[in-house]
Design a protein around this ligand. Structure first.
Ligand code: IMP
Ligand code: MG
Length: 183
């Protein structure tokens, strides 16, 4: 889906498909360098991180493994509830693994801070975070995120995996949802 297909449902296009792809290649080059000679486990957080995972993983030159975790901290609304629930756990054992968490967006940071604590207790050798987007003005807890794509304003965005009520994940760009869609 192109932004032009749903023009009246969006206000601003914040990050275009091209800008996302360029940024992911840049991040992938850093990750390849930082993890040279190491076995990396990419952990994607469902469902929002599906697109980032697919494109980031294919931009990497080295071998990786992938696993998925599904947690929920959001309902159908646009505000974080702060309550994190595991919907699907990892298949992998994290003991002595180099884990790179792949996320769509860091908003309040509550989900990631919970995940980081949870993964630390499973004995990983290292844990880092790669997030395509971050909203610095929405942070409720500080997250040490080594790989960040774009800092964006504190507005509700959709596209490239990010949804509103399960829609807009297939939009190619990241855009601000027009308020008339959710109010
Ligand atoms: P948190 O507030 O950092 O815990 O964000 C938790 C999750 O909420 C993110 O991983 C996203 O999946 C989702 N989320 C946060 N901000 C947005 C947004 O602007 N649009 C769509 N989903 C969002
Ligand atoms: Mg997410």
């Amino acid at each position: 889906m192109e932004s032009s297909d749903i023009r009246d449902e969006l206000t601003d296009i914040l990050v275009t498909e091209k800008e996302i792809q360029d940024k992911l290649r840049e991040l992938a080059a850093r990750i390849d360098e930082d993890y040279a000679g190491k076995d990396v486990l990419l952990v994607g957080v469902l469902k929002g991180a599906v697109m980032v995972m697919a494109d980031l993983a294919r931009s990497l030159c080295g071998h990786v493994q992938m696993d998925w975790m599904a947690v929920s901290s959001y309902g159908a609304g646009t505000k974080s509830s702060g309550v994190v629930q595991i919907r699907k756990d990892l298949d992998s054992d994290l003991t002595n693994r180099h884990v790179l968490i792949v996320e769509d967006i860091i908003d309040s940071g509550l989900t990631l801070s919970w995940l980081l604590e949870n993964f630390e207790s499973r004995g990983a050798a290292s844990i880092e975070v790669c997030a395509l987007l971050r909203k610095p003005d929405a942070a409720k807890v500080q997250i040490d995120c080594k790989y960040v794509g774009f800092d964006i304003p504190n507005e509700f965005v959709v596209g490239y995996g990010l949804d509103f009520a399960e829609r807009y994940r297939n939009l190619r760009d990241v855009a601000v949802l027009a308020p008339h869609v959710y109010s």
